[in-house]
Unconditional design. Structure first.
Length: 588
């Protein structure tokens, strides 16, 4: 029987939580350890749920080729994402969003405490250095209402903070490596390379980034100089994002108004560290994610993922190959995020069964299909393999690559896209007939629509409109209606957006219904055939040729079917015209 190692904190997990985990996954042996023994337990683990806070020889764990899945109990993944783990087939899911509510509340507590000047009032209430220390002194305070707040990193925590900020009538700016899915209460969601623009605009700057090679020490002396003189700097993410000595210097020099920190580097912060003595500073000891149901929340997420693991469904908060490199689950991938799952449950007015392990759920899990093996195991004895003793077969190296691909369930490849012919031009941009060229000389014709920035007042408006268009395009791509153009992909090159679409081998109605087209047809058919075409298919009109009802009605019916599919998704097509109605050579 495979084993599951569980380690959340210094001591082994209490029995109440172990019973919940066992109820979610009775088919595994549970190994409950504290931090002291987690490294040795991981050497023989098939699955791991928790967070190793002590050094672990991950190269040795990977070399054992036994560990299949890590469900982290932390949102930050720098504790396990060593090069060997990143390159391995170990599946990793993070706890991103599991504690977003708590971190958002703590961030708001820090921000409001600083703005409303609460620490001096607390000292007035009780100053152990002075006799008769209770003082009633009015001091100046600041407002959060109507400020511009910048959120750096718009993942689960960043999005939740934006929701909590919205009632304060703040102007919310955000940056993210994947700037998609902008909520209506956020004024602008910019790509990560516009960080400096955000710093120059925001009164409050909130750091919500993961810690990885790209973000480590991202806030240094140069970055602190770009903050507004009256800005508040907030870090509720990771201490390693900040060069602490540079922060100390900036606060002492008064480059910006102040800082509130829940995380520091080093951590814990030594009593004699100069950061303690900086002016206009509030520090809390990395407690933003603490609350009494912290580990229950983690188990809610783990239980939901266990059900998905057993049913071979996409895991929540799954780190793709790119996600492993960056240290967080990527939004708009094929894998759901926990924040979206939770919000969907809240909007429905109830929490679905995966979130609460009850006797009924436990019985369902016991009776459900137990799929504990790796994908490789499931494919080993299919008919495509050479039977034992049979001569022939591919090399072991190639077979291993095949199995690794199946286990990773993620593929990346290089491709070239070449524009071949201009198909059309409109208010949004230009459409080209193009070719996608990939491996082994494979060439696929497709249509590429390149969106022009020329009609926008500035770059920001272009980026915001493109983010909206990308969201709509993704929704249309999922509809899969026969009479809607298939959307293949949305891309950007040098910040110019384009969409890859199905190429229709045919023509649009505007070209079909031209007098010269009718004349061209008349010159290519016999007199009898021409008479038949005029009576059944198309005939001359006063200005344009007109389709006969027997042809027009099926076209209209196909168009209405496509529009109906869009309307059911809440999408309205705003530009129905002959040039946007394509007919294939087959007549569809």
């Amino acid at each position: 029987m495979p084993n599951l190692v569980v380690c959340f904190k210094e001591d082994p997990v209490e029995e109440r939580l172990i019973e919940r985990i066992h109820g979610a996954w009775p088919e595994v042996d549970l190994v409950n350890v504290g931090q002291e023994n987690v490294e040795s337990a991981l050497m023989d683990a098939d699955f791991f749920c928790g967070h190793a806070k002590v050094p672990v020889n991950w190269d040795a764990v990977v070399g054992r080729q036994r560990l299949q899945w890590i469900q982290s109990s932390a949102a930050g993944m720098d504790w396990c994402l060593t090069p060997s783990v990143i390159q391995s087939s170990i599946r990793i899911t993070s706890a991103s969003g599991a504690l977003a509510d708590q971190v958002a509340e703590h961030a708001m507590a820090l921000i409001l405490s600083w703005l409303r000047n609460l620490p001096p009032f607390w000292r007035d209430h009780h100053d152990p250095q002075a006799a008769g220390s209770r003082k009633f002194i009015r001091r100046p305070t600041r407002d959060l209402t109507d400020l511009t707040v910048g959120i750096i990193g718009f993942g689960g925590v960043g999005r939740r903070i934006s929701e909590v900020l919205a009632p304060f009538h703040t102007t919310i700016l955000a940056t993210d490596l994947y700037p998609t899915g902008k909520p209506s209460h956020v004024t602008a969601l910019w790509p990560a390379d516009r960080l400096d623009d955000l710093l120059q605009a925001a009164n409050v700057v909130i750091l919500c980034l993961p810690l990885n090679d790209q973000t480590r020490n991202i806030f240094n002396a140069e970055r602190f100089k770009k903050l507004r003189p009256g800005a508040l700097f907030v870090n509720v993410a990771r201490g390693g994002l900040v060069v602490t000595d540079d922060l100390v210097a900036a606060l002492r020099q008064g480059q910006f108004a102040g800082a509130v920190l829940d995380v520091t580097k080093p951590e814990p912060l030594p009593p004699d560290h100069p950061l303690w003595d900086c002016p206009n500073l509030i520090i809390t000891p990395h407690v933003a994610g603490q609350f009494y149901r912290r580990f229950d929340n983690i188990i809610d997420l783990f239980a939901a993922n266990v059900r998905r693991w057993k049913n071979n469904q996409p895991l929540i908060n799954f780190l793709t190959a790119e996600g492993k490199r960056l240290g967080f689950p990527i939004r708009c991938h094929d894998y759901p995020l926990w924040t979206d799952v939770k919000n969907s449950s809240r909007n429905d007015g109830e929490i679905p069964s995966p979130f609460v392990v009850c006797p009924k759920l436990a019985s369902e899990v016991k009776e459900g299909p137990a799929r504990l093996e790796s994908t490789t195991y499931g494919f080993e004895n299919t008919a495509t393999h050479v039977a034992p003793g049979q001569i022939g077969g591919c090399s072991p190296e190639l077979r291993e690559k095949y199995y690794n691909l199946l286990d990773q369930q993620t593929v990346y490849w290089n491709e070239d896209i070449h524009f071949k012919q201009l198909l059309g031009r409109g208010g949004q941009g230009v459409v080209f007939l193009s070719e996608r060229r990939t491996t082994d000389g494979f060439v696929l014709p497709m249509a590429i629509k390149v969106f022009s920035p020329e009609r926008f007042m500035n770059d920001l408006l272009y980026e915001e409109e493109m983010a909206y268009m990308a969201m709509i395009s993704a929704r249309v791509a999922r509809i899969q209606q026969d009479h809607l153009l298939t959307v293949h992909n949305w891309r950007a090159t040098n910040k110019i957006r384009f969409v890859e679409m199905e190429w229709v081998d045919g023509m649009d109605l505007s070209k079909l219904l031209r007098r010269e087209m009718l004349e061209h047809l008349q010159n290519r058919v016999s007199v009898g055939r021409w008479k038949h075409i005029n009576s059944v298919v198309v005939t001359s009109g006063q200005e344009f040729p007109r389709l006969k009802p027997g042809i027009a009605v099926p076209i209209i019916r196909d168009c209405l079917g496509a529009l109906g599919a869009l309307h059911r998704e809440g999408i309205v097509h705003g530009d129905i015209k002959p040039s946007n109605i394509m007919l294939k050579r087959s007549g569809n």
